[in-house]
Design a protein around this ligand. Structure first.
Ligand code: NAP
Ligand code: F7E
Length: 355
């Protein structure tokens, strides 16, 4: 009898903005396993942008009948309105953003339009369509904490001090989410996620760039890896763990804001050292500041150099998250640690070159 009722219960509908990104791709997999019908929004681009989800959605074979893709853009209000109206989702996950911090200094207005105003467009659409039962998840970011001298680790009460256009835009989106929750009663939540990585991470984020570079150097397909600030400290988790937290946030009895992190922090340089050790590269460091170099001691060759172009006009030096609220109320904790994360990223990179 219980099974019969379960079968008859209507499937939940989720709408994901940013479905082609790192987190979007893992979230589709997660929600399909939970028996959701999933709609994803992809933007038009002149070259393929669906690599991360092609294995789930295949337009020729229709591999998954519960997954649908729509063309749309978070900067286009009419498309946001129409997609939400046509899909009438139970849950919206807004992961769409110009998500690169350094790039946000170069395209500030576009970043604000996407990362800040995109949130407003979705919430306004929910309000105009009277969809007050649709839950909303906002991809907030530890980058909002920015410059913190003594507030370490950061939690839900830590004051924001963003140091980039991206960070400022995320603060706007975060506060807009709270406003629509309080002013209109929308079930709108913020997940304040610290850095999270995976084999699907974009190649211009530092962890992927390091793993990709060192593997290629090991295989003699690249000579030098050029980086920026080696001394920034981050709390790095795995995207698979973090998309689970997004879903848990949406299932909690009331809408709220949550920090999601591992509470373990290392510098970019330590991340490089861990990768080098796992790849059996005998790495030593020489010189300071912009002249600092990483040398393969066995081959007597410089394999890491610093280039000023990767430094940012405003830097975030130290991020470490306190996720005790999520641990206690959502019963969430990460399954991966920094070692298993790096192991998986290296393995995937090596597999790629073996093909
Ligand atoms: P990502 O890989 O850069 O993915 C961003 C997604 O947004 C992509 O699907 C991208 O589409 C889409 N997008 C960009 N501009 C758009 C537009 N104008 N209209 C519609 N879609 C657009 O980012 P991620 O690492 O998965 O992160 C997901 C979200 O979490 C982002 O909002 C990010 O800012 C936030 N966040 C990430 C982290 C992290 O460490 N990963 C931490 C905290 C918060 P294309 O594929 O076409 O580019
Ligand atoms: O930089 C330093 C850089 O670009 C990490 C996004 O997902 O997480 C991410 O933002 C650190 C910074 O991530 C290079 O200066 C050194 O201090 O990998 P990243 P991010 O800026 O922390 C937050 C939470 C988000 O929300 C964002 O969407 O590494 N670094 N050398 C470098 N960074 C890059 N990208 N490239 C370098 O060559």
């Amino acid at each position: 009898m219980g099974n019969l009722i379960k079968k008859k219960r209507k499937k939940k509908i989720a709408l994901i903005y940013g479905v082609t990104g790192q987190d979007g791709s893992y979230l589709v997999e997660f929600l399909l396993k939970k028996n959701y019908i999933v709609h994803g929004v992809k933007r038009r681009s002149s070259s393929a942008n669906t690599d991360r989800i092609d294995h789930i959605y295949d337009s020729i074979n229709f591999k998954n009948k519960n997954f649908f893709i729509h063309y749309g853009d978070i900067t286009d209000s009419s498309s946001v309105f129409n997609i939400i109206n046509n899909t009438k989702p139970n849950e919206i996950y807004n992961l769409a953003a110009q998500s690169h911090v350094r790039v946000s200094f170069e395209i500030p207005e576009y970043t604000a339009n996407t990362t800040a105003l995109g949130t407003l467009r979705i919430l306004e659409a929910l309000k105009s369509l009277n969809l007050f039962k649709t839950k909303y998840y906002q991809a907030s970011s530890s980058e909002m904490f920015g410059k913190q001298k003594s507030n370490i680790p950061q939690n839900e009460s830590t004051k924001f001090y963003p140091m980039s256009v991206y960070g400022v835009s995320k603060v706007f989106a975060h506060n807009t989410t709270i406003l629509y929750r309080e002013a209109y009663g929308i079930f709108a939540c913020n997940g304040i996620l610290f850095n999270h990585e995976s084999p699907r991470r974009g190649p211009n984020f530092v962890t992927k760039k390091i793993v990709q570079g060192l593997v290629r150097i090991k295989l003699k397909k690249q000579k030098v890896l050029t980086l920026g600030n080696l001394y920034a400290i981050r709390d790095w988790g795995h995207a698979i763990d973090y998309v689970e937290s997004m879903w848990k946030i949406m299932q909690y009895k009331k809408p709220d804001d949550w920090v999601i992190a591992t509470n373990y922090e290392i510098s970019v340089k330590k991340f490089i050292n861990l990768c080098a050790k796992k790849l059996k590269i005998n790495l030593i460091w020489k010189n300071n500041a912009e002249k600092e170099v990483g040398i393969d001691k066995d081959l007597k060759k410089t394999i890491i150099k610093i280039d000023k172009k990767y430094f940012r006009p405003g830097e975030v030096d130290y991020l470490k998250g306190d996720f005790s609220k999520a641990r206690k109320q959502l019963k969430w904790k990460p399954k991966y640690n920094i070692n298993s994360l790096i192991d998986e990223m290296i393995k995937s990179e090596l597999n790629f070159h073996e093909k």
